[in-house]
Design a protein around this ligand. Sequence first.
Ligand code: NDP
Length: 287
Amino acid sequence: MKEQNYLDNLVGVFGHPVAENPGVVIQEAAFRNLGLERWHFLTVDVEPGSLGDAIKGLKAMKMRGINCTIPHKIEVLKYLDKVAPSAKLIGAVNTIINENGTLTGENTDGKGFMIALESAGVNPAEKSVVVFGAGGASRAICVELALAGARKLTIVNIPKDSALAESLVRILKENTRVATEYVPWAGTFKIPADTDIVVNATSIGLYPNVTGKPDVDYDTITTRMYVQDVIPNPAFTPFLREADKRGVRWQSGMQMLINQAALNITMWTGLKPDKEVMRQALEAALA
Ligand code: NDP
């Protein structure tokens, strides 16, 4: 008789708001393609005050791992047993691996971003980069850019979050060789002419606020620049529309999302998923 094993392997995402997070589409497509019929990805709405309870639930249900998104990436650190060195430096975790009740935090956001840059033929070594935002995604991206040898990082963030931006600048100065500057975002930001790479790492433009656009003087974008958005949904944001109008090379947050989701799957299952299958599933869902 065939062995009967109906035990489900659960992974997923904790966030708030999270209903529009397309992680489930990408991950389920990858699981089915890998023949992992009893692996399932859950999209779970966890409000800010409930993260501790949600982590207890994760352990109780022996979930194999979880992604953390807005607003939990920094808060979640205090619930973990181990944190990978790069995630520690970033100060934010987007992926948790549960090995028999021991929780390890990793950060694949910045790594997914770097793979996206590479696929666009952009090498950040010795480049000058402007990054909007100082939250979880920004921290991951800035650390990876600094470790990859970027020459200069300008972090533009709204003044009410200056402590967040200042702590990021301090971490970069203490641990890497990049020249780093925090610019309080007060009024329309003019991108310095010597900038090579421009990154929107804020949540401005994310569904359902699809008309949101960072307060930037878009006429300061020149053709020497490469523009990258982190927003995966919608893929073509108002920020990218402005970049496109100026004839610069750009990439949406979609490929970054697929890259980091692929890394997550490998951390949870030990298997390498087919990114093309994941991309097609995401494009179909967002069409
Ligand atoms: P956080 O909440 O940690 O950070 C968001 C940042 O954006 C904060 O600095 C925030 O400031 C800033 N921000 C938000 N609204 C405004 C505004 N109107 N003006 C100026 N600054 C603003 O979120 P994350 O870093 O986790 O995520 C940011 C975005 O990145 C999300 O849209 C997420 O979907 C996307 N993302 C994409 C990934 C991908 O693979 N493509 C991976 C990870 C994230 P404040 O805190 O004051 O609001």
